[in-house]
Design a binder for this molecule. Structure first.
Ligand SMILES: Nc1nc2c(ncn2[C@@H]2O[C@H](COP(=O)(O)OP(=O)(O)OP(=O)(O)O)[C@@H](O)[C@H]2O)c(=O)[nH]1
Ligand SMILES: [Mg+2]
Length: 374
């Protein structure tokens, strides 16, 4: 599967209608009349035919480039499909592509017709006016798809800023209500450097970080905070977090802030966790109490008991702690996470085959090679 980066970053900028026409006009007007001294009518025809061909193919080729190079919406990874649907208007993109495609064919057919008429014209003024009227008709068709070209350029710009997910590598998605310390965890555990601030809703889009294992990388996704509310009330920022939970999370870390200044109540945080368990699947869920440097041991234990009573943590969904200020407590979480990835996830059918491509077998010791069943 292509990485998004590869798909979008290689796309050419979509020109505006005016730019397309300016380029085509300027190219066609540079065409010099043929040098031969022959029949002036024939020379004039040849000149105008060359101009028409240059003009039409400049526009036709650029419109084809837009349509053909735009990633096929039916083939991209479902995560990108959903993100595109959230951030851009997929129907409008489809419609715009269709309009551009249609116009380019009309332009070509029209120019064939005019060229044929021109062949049968013996009057120099008429020859010129055929060419002029063709340019005029093509120009108005291009102006008519001006809004579609702008729509496609906006989509290209927006989508080229999306994160670069690699489906061949395991992915840990970190989520929770706003301000619980998600970005602080990503900052601590990975190469990612998301913004961290004392106010809620700091993170407004998905941010990726990576953690190097011996032979491969684990991807981590920092998500914008989610509020405890129904899906229909969620905004575009929250929907991006949900797209990551739905399509990317092999392991999901849910952070709970039980400190005095938490931005959401415990009940709200538990409700959200319940919803996530119900609607999203991951090979592994891990619940993490954050900011433990601010909390007494007694309080951590009492919340742990509460979570167990509510069956929000259990053997399958273990509870760990994280503190960005007291790194000692993080060892347990990171060791467990690495174990889950190395022992369960990476040997699962989903990654076994892709690892074959990611790992240079020469780097693997003998026992590891056996372990991976090459
Ligand atoms: N004392 C203490 N403060 C923390 C800890 N983790 C995060 N904070 C603070 O809590 C605030 C929010 O941290 P972030 O990491 O930005 O939280 P977030 O969940 O990413 O927030 P949003 O992106 O807004 O949802 C910041 O002021 C952090 O410095 C921690 O372990 N201990
Ligand atoms: Mg954040």
């Amino acid at each position: 599967m292509d990485k998004l980066d590869d798909i979008w970053k290689n796309l050419n900028r979509v020109h505006t209608a005016q730019e397309l026409l300016d380029i085509a006009f300027s190219k066609s007007m540079k065409i010099k009349p043929p040098k031969s001294r022959g029949d002036p009518i024939r020379r004039s025809k040849e000149h105008e035919i060359n101009r028409i061909n240059t003009f039409t193919s400049s526009i036709y080729d650029r419109l084809s480039d837009i349509v053909e190079n735009f990633p096929s919406l039916n083939q991209i990874h479902p995560f990108y499909f959903e993100l595109m649907d959230i951030l851009a208007d997929l129907d409008a993109i489809r419609l715009s592509l269709g309009r551009v495609d249609g116009v380019k064919e009309t332009i070509r057919n029209l120019s064939y017709d005019i060229l044929e008429e021109l062949q049968n014209t013996e009057n120099r003024m008429k020859i010129k006016s055929h060419r002029k009227s063709l340019f005029g008709r093509i120009s108005s068709m291009i102006y008519q798809i001006g809004d579609a070209l702008i729509e496609l350029e906006n989509a290209r710009k927006l989508l080229s800023t999306l994160p670069n997910y690699n489906p061949a590598l395991p992915c840990v998605v970190v989520c929770g209500v706003p301000n619980v310390g998600k970005s602080s965890f990503i900052n601590f555990a990975t190469s990612g450097k998301p913004e961290i601030a004392s106010y809620p809703f700091t993170t407004k889009k998905l941010i990726f970080g990576h953690r190097n294992m011996k032979f491969f990388q684990i991807q981590f996704v920092d998500t914008p905070g989610l509020l405890d509310r129904p899906i229909e009330d969620r905004n575009i920022v929250e929907l991006q977090a949900l797209a990551a939970l739905k399509h990317l999370a092999d392991v999901m870390i849910y952070m709970v802030d039980i400190s005095e200044n938490a931005s959401s109540t415990l009940e709200e945080q538990f409700n959200l966790l319940r919803d996530i368990y119900e609607y999203y699947s991951a090979s592994k869920f891990i619940v993490v109490i954050s900011k433990t440097d601010l909390i007494s041991r007694l309080k951590v234990l009492s919340i742990q008991r509460k979570l167990e009573e509510l069956n929000l943590v259990n053997e399958d969904k273990p509870l760990y702690e994280f503190s960005s200020k007291d790194h000692k407590v993080n060892d347990n979480l990171l060791t467990y996470l690495d174990d889950v990835i190395m022992n369960d996830l990476i040997r699962s059918p989903k990654f076994k085959s892709s690892l074959y491509f990611e790992i240079d077998p020469d780097l693997l010791p003998e026992d590891e090679i056996e372990g991976f069943n090459y």
